[in-house]
Design a binder for this molecule. Structure first.
Ligand SMILES: *Cc1c(COP(=O)(O)O)cnc(C)c1O
Length: 391
């Protein structure tokens, strides 16, 4: 298996002062005062290509330090920060697409992105087509006006993996931009830019922050797409606070260790679940019988804490709610990537438009936290024992 992520050593040294304070101090700021007119002109001349202080929205010491760190994490040319992951995605799509353009999206895309494209982008005259989660129908769905292929690999809830290098090759022959949502891999487990994507977006709210205490999105571009990403970000007035940048940088220092520990626990939970009679299917690309296992081995460096579970038809959505309420360590809540375990009932059949989801059992997602594995399993055991088949 390749090792996509940067070394832990690099992540401990990027984006911080070389001497003095170990961490870049929080610089809350709006106005930056210049000593001379010449200094003002100089900053304005350089600020679109270099990291120079000129105005709070253009970056502070704190946000610039985090940008540098995220660039090391993703292996990109330059990075911008956004108030949420969803904002990063919205600005990239609005920045690169206009009336008459067409975008391709996976059926396994994060649901709010599907909604953004079908409501906001459609309102602006951008058409979209949904492709199969494995990407096998992308070539036939490309149109003359296709400008962007949006990839989320592994995808939301079912963790489908696409052959990103092949898609990037196909796209670049036709001058189509490839944008990847890398929240699952978070730079450690998956590196879209190395695999051919032009822009990689991550919800830093999840593993980068890692402690369920901050909202942020990051977009990292290759050199060719940087000028447009930069202009769109400035024009849409996007920035992130110095306090939040500090928290995310602090989270990234321990990111490789945390993801590894989440992944080890999730895999052990997946193995425990596979022996349960209530379970029809486990969605986890690290399991050898998962349909995404070969691409996972080729392109990913490991597992994170996410697993989805489909129960057999003997159970209902109501049973999943009983399970969720019986669990004590697993909180009922949205998001994931923090230190704690979470459960979220979901219903792909209500979201997906391709494939046949009829007659399937109820579905839920687990985020395996950093609690002791024996405690996690004991909690799940108690939850499953509360289920009663309704035949
Ligand atoms: C959570 C998530 C986002 C959005 O991040 P927010 O910071 O909550 O806006 C985007 N993509 C994926 C895959 C996510 O899981």
């Amino acid at each position: 298996m390749p090792k996509p992520g940067p070394s832990q050593t690099r992540l401990l040294h990027a984006g911080r002062p070389k001497t003095g304070w170990v961490n870049t101090p929080v610089s809350r700021a709006s106005t930056y005062v210049f000593e001379t007119m010449e200094a003002l002109h100089d900053a304005r001349a350089r600020r679109d290509t270099e990291r120079v202080a000129s105005y709070g929205a253009r970056g502070t010491d704190s946000t610039m330090a985090l940008e540098e760190l995220v660039e090391a994490l993703e292996g990109g040319y330059r990075c911008h920060l956004f108030p949420t992951g969803q904002a990063a995605i919205a600005v990239v799509l609005m920045g690169f697409l206009g009336s008459g353009d067409h975008i391709l999206l996976s059926d396994a895309v994060y649901e709010p992105v599907r909604r953004f494209v079908s409501h906001e982008m459609a309102r602006l005259g951008v058409e979209h087509t949904i492709y199969r989660p494995d990407g096998s129908d992308i070539a036939e769905k490309i149109r003359d006006n296709t400008r962007l292929i949006y990839v989320e690999s592994p995808g939301s809830m079912t963790y489908d993996i696409v052959d990103l290098p092949a898609i990037a090759h196909l796209a670049h022959e036709r001058d189509i931009l490839v944008v990847a949502d890398n929240t699952w891999g978070s730079g450690i487990l998956y590196r879209p830019l190395d695999l051919g994507a032009d822009i990689s977006i991550t919800a830093a709210t999840k593993y980068l922050g890692g402690h369920a205490d901050v909202m942020m999105g990051v977009a990292v571009a290759n050199e060719a797409s940087w000028p447009r990403l930069h202009a769109a970000t400035v024009n849409f007035g996007q920035t992130a606070s110095a306090d939040d940048a500090f928290l995310v940088a602090r989270g990234i220092r321990s990111l490789p260790l945390r993801i590894k520990a989440h992944g080890e626990r999730a895999l052990a939970v997946a193995e425990w679940l596979s022996a349960r009679p209530e379970v029809a299917r486990i969605y986890c690309p690290a399991l050898p019988d998962d349909p995404n296992h070969e691409l996972w081995k080729r392109d990913c460096a490991g597992m994170n804490g996410l697993l989805s579970v489909e129960l057999t038809n003997d159970y209902s959505a109501k049973d999943v709610e009983t399970l969720a309420e019986t669990l004590e360590l697993f909180g009922i809540g949205a998001s994931w990537g923090g230190f704690e375990s979470l459960i979220m009932p979901s219903a792909p059949q209500k979201i997906r438009t391709l494939g046949n989801w009829n007659g399937r059992g109820p579905f839920f997602r687990l985020h395996t936290g950093l609690e002791e594995l024996t405690d996690i399993i004991a909690d799940l055991e108690k939850g499953f024992d509360a289920l009663r088949p309704q035949r």
